[in-house]
Design a protein around this ligand. Structure first.
Ligand SMILES: [Zn+2]
Length: 259
């Protein structure tokens, strides 16, 4: 069954980033099992928007250019992609307002995708602007995912908020492209009501890649999801006014292996 996401007033460039990110995060088994939960959501996309969620109404605002410095439980600094910001907000829609739960889910997906993890919700540094919504650091090296499925690398992370320009990661729309333009040979399509359809969910690609959850991870996640926490809504993983931890200047050291 295809899924459909309402994306009001989205630009060609932002649509490209949303499709790229959806394609990317489906590679995480821990995310893929929840992918059908995106059906019926409304996602506002824009490079000037905050990355936030309104869980009860199923609405997300996502900035596809806003990466985030994160600090692991061993004090290693890395940069999570904007795609992880979307994963975090989707977690709020699926599981509710609790930040520990959303961060626990984010962490499992980050490990699947080779992205750095944060020790807890507050273990963040500053915003890092990137063009490609999947751009992140992996063991101290810049990486991004391309629409072709290839992974791109671009040198070592220097610990700053300056990211190398790794391109957009997708084939840009041709001049005068129609409103419904999508990637060539893409499973994504868009109707005139601003709904992005992904017909790929039930397709198992050649090679037999399946979205089978890791049982251990699922059990841990269920543990987190059963914890009650009456904390107020603070669905802002990338929030400049959050209490910001001073990022330790550990530069050039690889992040520890996540497992
Ligand atoms: Zn949150």
């Amino acid at each position: 069954m295809p899924i459909s996401i309402h994306v009001p007033s989205i630009s060609m460039a932002d649509r490209g980033q949303l499709m790229l990110t959806l394609q990317y995060i489906k590679h995480s088994p821990n995310f893929a099992i929840y992918y059908p939960n995106l059906d019926g959501l409304t996602i506002h996309v824009g490079s000037l928007l905050p990355t936030i969620a309104l869980p009860t109404s199923g609405q997300i605002s996502w900035n596809p250019n806003q990466g985030l410095q994160v600090i692991s439980d061993t004090g290693i600094l890395g940069v999570q992609s904007p795609a992880m910001g979307l994963v975090h907000e989707i977690a709020h829609v699926i599981f509710g307002h609790n930040e520990a739960q959303a961060t626990a889910f984010e962490t499992r997906v980050a490990r699947d995708l080779g992205e750095p993890t944060r020790a807890n919700y507050g273990s963040i540094g500053n915003e890092v602007r990137v063009y490609n919504s999947t751009q992140h650091t992996d063991n101290g090296e810049w990486k991004s995912y391309e629409q072709s499925g290839a992974t791109k690398t671009s040198g070592n992370y220097d610990g700053s908020t300056n990211a190398p320009n790794m391109g957009w990661g997708y084939i840009p729309p041709p001049p005068g492209a129609p409103k419904g333009w999508t990637f060539p040979s893409s499973p994504f399509g868009m109707d005139s009501n601003g709904n992005l359809h992904d017909a790929s969910y039930w397709q198992i690609p050649p090679g037999g890649q399946k979205s089978v959850p890791n049982n251990v991870d699922t059990e841990i996640l269920e543990f987190y999801l059963t914890q009650e926490d009456p904390a107020p809504i603070a669905a802002l993983p990338i929030e400049p006014t959050d209490a910001q931890h001073v990022a330790p200047q550990i530069i050039g050291l690889p992040e520890l292996a996540p497992y």
